[in-house]
Design a protein around this ligand. Structure first.
Ligand code: F0G
Length: 429
């Protein structure tokens, strides 16, 4: 056991399991499992330099923005990784978005640039690699859409059968289309996401399928690299704030773990504060924060941001620790604030799916409340690509009735220059 690089440990009772143990939860107490690693041989600036070398010097698997951090993700799996590759997403600044939110130093880390268009690919490359290593016969997940698309893609890459559970009528068209096209068996359940997750967990237990929801600890190891990569892009000078949309809270938990480790391994000298943003109609985490995290009260979720339409978040306890340890906060924004933020991001030419825009709406709200202060640097995470949810445009037009700020309908014309001129004149005045 002294030689081990990585192992699993129960959050609740501390029981340790081998790295290759396929148990979905702690066999003793059903607590969530975490992957732990031996501290890397290098620390501080030497470890930073090692990550920098991995970016440019080594070919695959270092082409991946996940596996080039392999030593702190899953060192024993780097050579057998199921990778597209993924990660290496841009950090964007747009003056218009800074002005809109009120925060001068604002950057957006756009995870929609991943191969299936969301941050889920960072977790799924590790999760599906682990499924291969333990010899899983099939993989499964419940999903509001992005996890399903990502699992379907990586399972196809690995040659593993995939089963996804999605809530009927609540998954955006782009995500459903991807999942079907990549070939996953797509089970449309008469329930919401929370019901799908319960069913997927029960089915995985009964039928011996490897579950790849974000309670899977290997997924979180991959998602940590969003934070590692953004810190690297900031020259290891952390921003004051990292702001992200939150639903099932796997990502918030992963961000907390990434910051714990980055501090422990001397990658950063100061911990940024995490702000998690929920939609008002799906905000059990924000409500718990307002009550001092006394308890989680689940809700019947309702929001146009279907990716985060979740009422019973699975990683609540871990996410609480992430917020507490970083002196962070949790807030909720209305669907209209989300749509306004999305329209602003889209019109800046950046684009994202609705749930992603919750992060920018959250930045604006935190600035307005004086929580984000003058001179503080903010990185907001855009979690998904604009093409994920094409149907939302219709809803934006309805919400914008009379406003004309967001509305941009196709213009039918006759095939004449006169018709084109009319449009041009009306456009440029
Ligand atoms: N943003 C997007 C675009 C998402 O798809 C999700 C989660 C989140 C934010 C929230 O992340 O759940 O870790 O707090 N989507 C999951 C799915 C639930 O099934 O695709 P979280």
């Amino acid at each position: 056991m002294n030689e081990r690089l990585s192992w699993q440990r129960c959050d609740d009772c501390g029981r340790e399991l081998d790295e290759l143990d396929p148990a979905p939860r702690c066999p003793s107490c059903s607590g969530l499992l975490a992957v732990l690693h031996r501290a890397p041989a290098l620390r501080g600036t030497a470890l930073q330099a090692d990550f920098a070398d991995a970016c440019c010097a080594r070919p695959s698997p270092s082409a991946s923005g996940v596996w080039r951090f392999g030593e702190v993700v899953l060192p024993t799996a780097v050579e057998v990784a199921v990778s597209h590759p993924e990660g290496n997403t841009p950090l964007l600044s747009r003056r218009r978005l800074s002005e809109w939110a009120g925060v001068e130093s604002l950057q957006l880390k756009h995870e929609g640039h991943n191969p299936t268009g969301s941050f889920k690919d960072r977790g799924m490359t590790v999760g599906v690699t682990q499924a291969k290593r333990i010899g899983a016969r099939a993989v499964a997940c419940a999903s509001t859409g992005n996890t399903a698309a990502s699992l379907a893609s990586y399972a196809a890459h690995a040659g593993l059968p995939a089963l996804v559970f999605i809530p009927k009528g609540q998954v955006a068209l782009g995500k459903l289309t991807q999942t079907l096209a990549y070939g996953a068996k797509t089970l449309v359940v008469e329930s919401d996401f929370d019901g799908c997750l319960r069913l997927a967990q029960a089915a995985a237990d009964e039928l011996g399928i490897y579950l790849l929801n974000s309670i899977n600890p290997f997924r979180l190891e991959g998602q940590k690299t969003i934070v590692l990569e953004l810190l690297q892009q900031c020259g290891w000078e952390p921003p004051e704030w990292i702001v992200l949309p939150a639903g099932n809270l796997g990502n918030t938990a992963a961000f907390g773990k990434a910051l714990d480790e980055a501090m422990a391994w001397g990658l950063i000298a100061r911990r940024p504060r995490i702000a998690a943003v929920q939609a008002v109609g799906a905000a059990p985490f924000a409500a718990a924060f307002d009550r001092g995290f006394d308890r989680l009260e689940t809700v019947q979720a309702e929001t146009i941001a279907t990716a985060i339409k979740i009422g019973a978040p699975a990683s609540y306890g871990r996410a609480v620790r992430a917020i507490r340890n970083s002196d962070g906060c949790v807030l909720s924004v209305t669907d209209n604030q989300i749509l306004e933020a999305k329209a602003t991001i889209d019109r800046a030419g950046v684009g994202c799916e609705p749930a992603s825009a919750a992060s920018l709406a959250g930045v604006k709200a935190l600035w307005a409340r004086g929580v984000i202060r003058e001179g503080e640097r903010v990185v907001a995470i855009l979690t998904g690509h604009i093409l994920k949810d094409p149907g939302i445009l219709q809803q934006m037009h309805q919400a914008d009735e009379g406003g004309a700020a967001w509305t941009n309908r196709p213009i039918p014309i006759q095939p004449t220059i006169a018709a084109v001129r009319r449009v041009l004149d009306a456009t440029i005045g």
